[in-house]
Design a protein around this ligand. Sequence first.
Ligand SMILES: NC(=O)c1ccc[n+]([C@@H]2O[C@H](COP(=O)([O-])OP(=O)(O)OC[C@H]3O[C@@H](n4cnc5c(N)ncnc54)[C@H](O)[C@@H]3O)[C@@H](O)[C@H]2O)c1
Length: 350
Amino acid sequence: MNVHEIAVIPGDGIGREVVPASLRVLERLAELHGGIKFQFTEFPWSCEYYLEHGEMMPEDGIGTLKNFEQIFLGAVGDPRLVPDHISLWGLLIRIRRECEQVINLRPVKSLRGVPSKLADAEPFDFIVVRENSEGEYSEAGGSVHHGEDEIVIQNAVFTRKATERAMRFAFDLAMKRNKKVTSATKSNGIVYSMPFWDKVFREVSKDYPEVVTESNHIDALAAFFVLKPEQFDVIVASNLFGDILTDIGAAIMGSIGVAPAANINLNGKYPSMFEPVHGSAPDIVGKGIANPIGQLWTAKMMLDHMGYDELGAHLLKAIEETTASGVKTPDIGGTSTTEEVIGEVLKRIS
Ligand SMILES: NC(=O)c1ccc[n+]([C@@H]2O[C@H](COP(=O)([O-])OP(=O)(O)OC[C@H]3O[C@@H](n4cnc5c(N)ncnc54)[C@H](O)[C@@H]3O)[C@@H](O)[C@H]2O)c1
């Protein structure tokens, strides 16, 4: 029996509803497999924890997490209790950076039975590889003077190591999919970092002659997400571009409640972290109608990452059969509760 140690952080709001529900599905999948067991250890780190302890996680929290194979996270943030920049930087960003989760992966796929926001959408199925460690989200910069003389400088940082790493990841992924990579650039307007980005993209592409490549400026690419999402396979983007693109991706999927994400550690030293795209949804917390699909799909990504691709595929099939059967939460046009969706998924995986 392979026992897998998973750290679980439900976090805030609906994270505490969709995470326990998804753990039941993971446990059922492990039973079906017969040769694996998940050992879940839950941590209460959240905004409520912050109010009690003055910090989002204990001093040695990252050290504790590093002992686990993977991290399964719900959502963090409750602006009524703690300012978002404190909850975000005190937990999520710390974990991503200190566990060296250098790639953020976000699939964008139409699901049967989930109406797309796009009027005449054809089925689409692509994945965004977002550089997750540097780029526009850097702490390099500062400010001088005050009042009308105030000057603020925010530097974007692009290293060859991280840029090439993200691109190789994207090409490797494309080799397992439909062999096409689209690069998100803006080299017509950003004159140092983006021509560098394009140069590395061209260099890396030479090692993958079977892969079709294209470079799109980010503004045009954002429009193509809406106009012809079916044309994409793998998209590689810098930290900021990837962040914005994937919210458009979640929107065209029909609801942010179905969109999954993974923060991947590539060197194998620390755990990766699996979390849905959505936040804690304070407006629907406690109503029992949070869509669990984003969290469940995130569980599928964790299974894939751990080498259980067949279980992952089985779970995604059950999710899609569930939405196609009409058992859906209100955000995607249904009337079902979180529990009813989970019940249907459990029925379909068994
Ligand atoms: N990764 C994360 O942990 C993460 C991501 C985004 C936002 N946040 C935090 O969450 C808090 C709320 O942020 P927000 O309101 O801007 O974004 P949000 O994603 O929580 O909610 C946006 C809208 O989408 C709906 N929604 C989100 N998830 C849903 C689900 N699973 N099912 C049905 N409807 C769903 C909400 O009801 C709301 O109307 C903030 O503190 C924010 O910082 C955390």
